[in-house]
Design a protein around this ligand. Structure first.
Ligand code: 5CA
Length: 442
C-alpha cells in the first residue's frame, strides 16, 4: 500500500476527548472513528489489527477442538423468556420490535441461542462433548461507555459454549479453554493472568477472568506475585496435564475486587508477594452447570435416562484486545508504538527520502516494495514528500515494527533496516526478507 493512497487519517495532535493512551493512539492514527456514543467504525489500520487478533483467536479455538459457527446478531425474545433472563438483563439489552410486532433484541451474549441450537439436534450423550464458538458483534447498552473501544456499546467478541454429560467432563472442557486462552494471549505478546472472578448476569459458580496488568485497566485485582511465574509451556490438552495447570494457578490467591476478601488475602499471601493493582479483562470464562439447560430443556439420553447437559461459556473481547495491546506496548511519553508482529497492521514500512524533482529514491523503494510483496510481506511505503524525520515520527506512532530507510547514500547490499526503537542494521534485501519471514511465523 502506498501511504498517499491509504486511508489512514492521522491527526497532528492528541485528541482531547481521549483519556487513556489506547484511545488517544487509536484516534490519532485513524484506526477508528466514533459514529455515536460507544459505537465505532473501524478504519483500515484498526480493522487490519482486529482481523489479525480474530484469526489468532480462531486458530487457538480450533486447536483445542472447538467448532466454529455463526449465529445472528438479532435474536428473538422468546428464548430469553424461557431462560428467565429477558427481565433480568435490564437496560443493557437493546430491545425493539419488528414489523410483525415481535419483540426482538440485539444479542449481548448467546447462551440462550446456542442452547436452542444444541437442543434441536443433539439427542444422545454419545455426541458429547460439543464445543461451539462464534465471533460476532455484540451490543450492550452500557450506562457509561468510555475509553474508546475498551468499554463500548457495540463490540466484537468471541464467545464459545460447551455441552457435557457430567461435571467432571465439563471441567475438562473448561480447562481446554483455560489453556487455549493462555496460548492465545501469548501469541499477541501479552501476559494474561487467570483470576478467580464473579459470574454476574451469566451465572454459575466457577469463573476466571484473564487480566492484563495495566494502570488504566478498569478491573481492580488482588494477587500473589508468584502467579506470574506459573509456566504453561509444557501443558498438553490431556486431562491430567490440564488439571495440574489449573492447580498450579489456583494455589495462588488471585482475585478481582468482587471476590476480594481482606482476611483471605492476608492469610494466604505473604506480605512481600502481595500485589494490589489494576488490569484489563480480555477474557472471561464461566461454568454454570445446568442453569440454562434445565430452564430451556436441553437434555440428552444417557442410557435411557434424561440428563440435562452441563454448560459453560467462554468469552474473549476481540475488539477490546486491540486497545489492550496498545496499553501494553505504547510508550506515550516517547510517542513510540510497537505492534507485536503477529497482529501488526503491516509487517514492514519503507521510508524513502524523496528529493524535489528526483524520483530515484522512490524508484529504489518501489523495487524493494515489489520484492517484499512477492514474498508475501505486507508493506506500507511512504511515498509522500515529507522529510525523513517527520516520516520516522509518524511511523513510530503507527507502530509497524520494521522500517527500511532509503536515503541518498543507498547501497543495495547494505540497506538500512531497523526495528522500531532499536539501532539500524545495514544488510542485503535477501537478509531483510529472511528476517521478516522468520518473524511472521508464530
Ligand atoms: N457469555 C459470556 C462468555 S461468552 C460473556 O458474555 N462474558 S463477558 O460478559 O465477560 O464478555 C466477554 C468479554 O467481552 C470480556 O472479557 C471483555 O473482554 C469483552 N467485553 C465485555 N463487555 C465489553 C464492552 N462493553 N466493550 C468491549 N468489550 C467488552
Amino acid at each position: 500500500m502506498y501511504f498517499s493512497k491509504s486511508f489512514i487519517p492521522i491527526l497532528k495532535n492528541n485528541p482531547t476527548e481521549a483519556k487513556i493512551k489506547s484511545h488517544k493512539l487509536m484516534l490519532r492514527t485513524g484506526m477508528i472513528k466514533q459514529s455515536s456514543a460507544g459505537i465505532y467504525s473501524w478504519l483500515p489500520l484498526g480493522f487490519k489489527v482486529m482481523k489479525k487478533i480474530e484469526n489468532i483467536v480462531r486458530e487457538e479455538q480450533n486447536r483445542v477442538g472447538v467448532q466454529e459457527i455463526l449465529m445472528p446478531t438479532i435474536q428473538s425474545s422468546e428464548i430469553w423468556k424461557e431462560s428467565g433472563r429477558y427481565e433480568d438483563y435490564g437496560e443493557e439489552m437493546l430491545r425493539f420490535k419488528d414489523r410483525q410486532n415481535r419483540e426482538m433484541l440485539y444479542g449481548p451474549t448467546n447462551e440462550e441461542l446456542v442452547t436452542e441450537i444444541f437442543r434441536s439436534s443433539i439427542k444422545s450423550y454419545k455426541s458429547l462433548p460439543q464445543l461451539l464458538y462464534h465471533i460476532q458483534w455484540k451490543f450492550r447498552d452500557e450506562l457509561r461507555p468510555r475509553f474508546g473501544i475498551m468499554r463500548c456499546r457495540e463490540f466484537y467478541m468471541k464467545d464459545a459454549y460447551s455441552f457435557d454429560i457430567s461435571d467432571e467432563e465439563a471441567n475438562y472442557s473448561y480447562n481446554k479453554f483455560f489453556i487455549s486462552y493462555l496460548n492465545t494471549f501469548k501469541r499477541m505478546e501479552l501476559s494474561a493472568i487467570p483470576m478467580a472472578a464473579d459470574t454476574g448476569p451469566i451465572g454459575g459458580n466457577l469463573s476466571h477472568e484473564f487480566i492484563i496488568l495495566a494502570d488504566t485497566g478498569e478491573s481492580k485485582i488482588f494477587t500473589d506475585k508468584r502467579i506470574f511465574e506459573v509456566d504453561s509451556t509444557k501443558t498438553t490438552i490431556d486431562k491430567n496435564s490440564l488439571i495440574k495447570l489449573r492447580n498450579d494457578y489456583d494455589k495462588f490467591y488471585s482475585v478481582t475486587d468482587e471476590k476480594f476478601n481482606k482476611v483471605k488475602f492476608e492469610t494466604n499471601v505473604p506480605e512481600n508477594f502481595r500485589l494490589q493493582t489494576k488490569g484489563i479483562e480480555v477474557g472471561h470464562i464461566f461454568y454454570f452447570g445446568d442453569k440454562y439447560s434445565k430452564s430451556m430443556n436441553a437434555s440428552v439420553d444417557f442410557n435411557g435416562k434424561k440428563e440435562f447437559v452441563k454448560m459453560g461459556s467462554y468469552g474473549i473481547g476481540v475488539s477490546r484486545l486491540v486497545g489492550a495491546i496498545i496499553e501494553a506496548k505504547y510508550d506515550d511519553t516517547k510517542e513510540i508504538m510497537k505492534w507485536p508482529m503477529t497482529v501488526s497492521p503491516y509487517d514492514c514500512c519503507i521510508l524513502p527520502i524523496i528529493n524535489k524533482n528526483d524520483n530515484l529514491n522512490l524508484e529504489k523503494a518501489n523495487n524493494i516494495y515489489n520484492a517484499l510483496i512477492e514474498n508475501k510481506i505486507d508493506v506500507l511505503i511512504d511515498d509522500t514528500e515529507e522529510n525523513l524525520s517527520s516520516k520516522i515520527k509518524k511511523f513510530n506512532l503507527l507502530g509497524i515494527p520494521f522500517q527500511i530507510i532509503i536515503g541518498n547514500n543507498f547501497n543495495q547490499q547494505k540497506i538500512e533496516f531497523k526495528e522500531i526503537n532499536e539501532e539500524p542494521k545495514y544488510i542485503s534485501l535477501e537478509n531483510i526478507i529472511k528476517i521478516l519471514k522468520s518473524k511472521k511465523i508464530n
